[in-house]
Design a protein around this ligand. Sequence first.
Ligand SMILES: N[C@@H](Cc1c[nH]cn1)C(=O)NCC(=O)O
Length: 434
Amino acid sequence: MSASTAPDPVVTRASWTAWGLALSLYTLAVFHRSALAVAGLAAVDRFDISASQLATFTMLQLAVYAGMQIPVGLAVDRFGPRSVALTGAVVLAIGEGTFALATSYPAALAARFLVGLGDAMTFICVIRLLASWFPRRRIPLLTQFTGTTGQLGSIAAAVPMTWALGSVGWTRAYLSTAILSGVVALISFALLHDGPAGRTLRGPAFSLDAVRASLRSSWGHPGTRLAFWVHFSTPFSSGVLALLWGYPFFVKGEGRSSHEAGLLLTVMVVTVVLAGPLLGTLISRFPWHRSTMVLGIVGAMALMWGVVLAWPGQAPLGVLVLLVIVAAVGGPASVVGFDIARTSNPGSRLASATGIVNVAGFVATLVLVVVIGVVLDALTPGSGNDYTPSAFRWAMATQYVLWALGVVQILRYRVAARAVTDRDALTAGVPVAE
Ligand SMILES: N[C@@H](Cc1c[nH]cn1)C(=O)NCC(=O)O
């Protein structure tokens, strides 16, 4: 790693203002990402659609999110995080507003496309803003706090949205969330600056050659590849449980009541909130051992799933609680990938490197959501969704394929990344030279 002597930013009130605004934008993006989860049945009625058409909303959103990560990263390096994050908030507001007013399936699909697009423009900007506003030693913990707090957006999307849909109806409920994003975008337009050096900071102009060279340099660094596979291997287990399959797995696969299934999903959220800051503290103290911590977490996930899937009959509730706790730690562990990308790339390439890394976990989650559905369908007689515990065992066991691939790649690239990293400079928080 070649080091730079760029001075560390000093924390001021403006730094906290920037972080607060970035956090509000990200929490709102996660809110919009999840705002359909509690409205599934209402959406089926409103658009007169089947269960698989309903699932297409989530898949489309995730696919747009993942597909836009690299273009958005490049745009942030070029136009600065402020402009891109504000654009994202406006696109989210338009998308959710369109969803509020849509009465046909194609219009609703177009709206979810816009929500995926706006969402894709948010997290990378937050990571870039943190790097400009805070000293390097504080960034791992603040990044974890950001990831954790953002997940609260999905809780906000569950309880208040259920209430709003029941009391004010579809159009007003979704329109209010669109207005909320519009208001936060306006406040951020007035107060958010790219960094202490200015309101809007621009990178060099785009050219196809420059873009290619920048992506090649980011991807060419073994640290970015290590970060990619860290982000690939860690979040999908909790992701599939939270997004789609957790409730049916606990109820139909493990014979739990709907109350217990809800409880298990809540334990996951609480674990994310507690584990994020803890992991952030550990990686800022021991940056050299980040990938070792990740390997330990992946190993613990594979072990706990093995215990549950091999349990004769239904696993006891205590074992399922342990499973969701371990799986939930995968969310904060994925954020370690962003930290590895940050300490492997100069500031001018940070957003595009973050974009490359952020594709990984979302693609892995998307693939697993689909594969679990395919395996369940293949092993379930007839066309219904009366999935058996045995079908769930096989479906959930497909995670091992992704872990095997991820762990092999992490082991490969951590050797390569360590070979080009100065351990003392990394531990001292010296940034990578431009
Ligand atoms: N894995 C998440 C972040 C996270 C933190 N704790 C639980 N999850 C991630 O990749 N975030 C990017 C995003 O846009 O949300």
